[in-house]
Design a protein around this ligand. Sequence first.
Ligand SMILES: Cc1cc2nc3c(=O)[nH]c(=O)nc-3n(C[C@H](O)[C@H](O)[C@H](O)COP(=O)(O)OP(=O)(O)OC[C@H]3O[C@@H](n4cnc5c(N)ncnc54)[C@H](O)[C@@H]3O)c2cc1C
Length: 212
Amino acid sequence: ACDTVINAAGAHAWHVAKMAGLELPIFPVRHEYFVSVDVEGMKPELPVMRVPDASLYLRAEINGLLLGGWEPESLSLMSDDFENGQTPPRVEEDWDVMGWFIEQIAPLYGKAADLGVRSIFKGWPTFVPDGKFIIGESHRLKGFVMAGGCNAHGVSGSAGIGRHVVESMLEPESSPYVRSLSPDRFLDGEWDAAEAQTLARRIYETYYGLGS
Ligand SMILES: Cc1cc2nc3c(=O)[nH]c(=O)nc-3n(C[C@H](O)[C@H](O)[C@H](O)COP(=O)(O)OP(=O)(O)OC[C@H]3O[C@@H](n4cnc5c(N)ncnc54)[C@H](O)[C@@H]3O)c2cc1C
């Protein structure tokens, strides 16, 4: 027994919440990027760049190019497509998506089409219908604290997530922003799983917020 459980189980956060009797709209959406073979003239200090109207991000990876993005037709799982304690299904390399990244970057960097791919990185970050983290305790279950639904911000947002979790637990009254992340925004309302998944996918597909 323990007084507090913090659910930071990533793609299994839905399962862990469900074990505690809380149903949350957390959906794994596939994400991939590739790293090319060495590119002549590429410098490791090239900054991270985002090209919102091409829905891409890129940077140097040592002497190769790292290129990723948010394809318009995302691939998602329902949360119960895999069991608690079971690894989510393996993501197979999707060369059509890699080709789409290259098409998107071509107007800015035509040589991308000639680059060999050294490796593809891939996985199932989780998305939620409103694109916001799910952070804090539910009034329905004291001591059960969410820290999930990261919408592919779990690394860049980790320090903030930690701060917000602490604030939600220890401050007598947390800020309006932290309150807006509460799991109760979903637990106190009704939602349909298929519709919620469509909205979560839309967050992925319009990640840089243009053209939507
Ligand atoms: C290709 C790719 C690129 C990405 N790039 C970025 C990026 O540039 N910036 C960024 O911010 N994010 C990025 N992300 C998303 C980022 O990886 C996630 O947002 C982040 O990992 C989520 O962190 P987390 O701690 O919530 O979950 P996870 O990192 O998934 O960690 C969850 C942990 O919980 C454990 N666990 C699961 N079930 C249980 C259980 N029942 N009991 C105990 N432990 C359990 C798991 O084993 C795992 O260690 C990327 C994702 C992918 C796939």
